[in-house]
Design a protein around this ligand. Structure first.
Ligand SMILES: O=C(O)CCC(=O)C(=O)O
Ligand SMILES: [Fe+2]
Length: 358
């Protein structure tokens, strides 16, 4: 072959090697300036977001938490969690500076040279609890997602200080610490409505016994309409606290086949119910499908904290919810088995929860 004629990268079968195996990430691909989307990223038509299935007039609730001890604030939180499973909070008490710092830290990490980020890939990472990767589960996916991520499971402050990337660890830890009071308040309000009057140590473990934080990076995409940033899924958390930048692109399942945009609101946090809370509340609070579009002109970031049970907790509907004779919809399952089931397949809407159904 004439060595001066190189194969256009978009036609190359080496895309998966470049992005996934060699850990350059989709950011590495994006920065090569390719003009068309590689076929590995082309989603089936039904998975793409088009104008025709968006409801522009709808929006998820926005809740002002400045007077969080007033009953009407708790009521709005519970109503939003029951009706939407998704809402935004403002005046939540996490300092703006902490939020800005974690966004800067996210850019700082992803702007590191590929060889620095690769130190945290599956095969190189100093710990199983820190992982740099791309897409969601590339081995199981028919079409890849246009996203890179750094995922960190929180074990302890010491472990985080020693093993998390120095480009972001301090800011990420501050954000996790700063969001603790609001997580506690949200869970207290949600528990009261379902008859759980006190969050004792056992409940605390089930509701917020472990945390995972992800830094998501969605680079500029040549044909955003043909792919997704993240495919349809619900989270496996009890609650997710999501910080997004000012670019937008997160959509939440509305009625029927429609999708509702979550517009960025400066200094707000997006809260959503995850599968674990749906199970514990016996379906009273519902985890809702959501997805992220790819963007043709801007690099987007988001930073979700997944508030989870501990991996070795057994989860199921709380006895307090069933006390009036309500039938349990879900069985008792080991949380780590549930999570394993989630990660071993591609994103597939709300199918994971079938695993827990009676
Ligand atoms: O980037 C977003 O807005 C949402 C991210 C998300 O849904 C997730 O990481 O589970
Ligand atoms: Fe999510």
């Amino acid at each position: 072959m004439d060595p001066t004629v190189s194969t256009p990268i978009s036609e190359s079968s080496n895309i998966t090697d470049l992005v996934v195996t060699n850990r350059n990430g989709v950011k590495g691909l994006s920065e090569m300036g390719l003009k068309t989307l590689p076929k590995q990223y082309i989603q089936p038509v039904e998975e793409r977001i088009t104008v025709s299935n968006i409801l522009p007039q709808e929006s998820i609730p926005i809740i002002d938490m400045s007077n969080w001890d007033e009953p009407k604030v708790s009521e709005s939180i519970c109503d939003a969690a029951e009706k939407w499973g998704f809402f935004q909070i403002i005046n939540h008490g996490v300092p703006i500076e902490v939020l800005e710092n974690v966004k800067d830290a996210t850019h700082r990490f992803f702007n590191l040279p590929a060889e620095e980020k690769r130190k945290f890939s599956k095969e190189n990472s100093p710990s199983n609890s820190v992982r740099f990767g791309t897409s969601f589960s590339p081995e199981a996916e028919k079409a890849l997602e246009w996203k890179d991520y750094l995922s960190m499971f929180y074990v302890s402050e010491d472990e985080a200080s020693a093993l998390w990337p120095s480009a972001c660890k301090d800011q990420v830890l501050e954000y996790m610490k700063g969001s603790e009071p609001v997580i506690q308040r949200l869970l207290e309000a949600l528990m009261k409505r379902i008859n759980v009057k006190e969050i004792d140590e056992t409940k605390k473990s089930l509701l917020m016994g472990s945390k995972r934080i992800n830094l998501n990076y969605y680079p500029i995409c040549p044909n955003p309409e043909l792919t997704v940033g993240i495919g349809r899924h619900s989270d496996v958390s009890t609650l997710t606290i999501l910080l997004q930048d000012d670019i937008g692109g997160l959509y939440v399942r509305g009625n029927n086949d429609s999708w509702v945009h979550v517009p960025p609101i400066s200094s707000s946090l997006v809260i959503n119910v995850g599968d674990a809370l749906q199970i514990m509340s016996n379906g009273r609070y519902k985890s809702i499908e959501h997805r992220v579009v790819a963007n043709g002109s801007k690099n987007r970031i988001s930073v979700p904290i997944f508030v989870n049970p501990r991996p070795d907790d057994m989860i199921g509907p709380f006895p307090e919810v069933l006390v009036g004779g309500e039938k349990a919809l879900y069985k008792q399952i080991l949380y780590s088995n549930y999570v394993r089931h989630f990660y071993k397949k591609a994103h597939d809407g709300k199918k994971t929860i079938e695993f827990a159904k009676i």
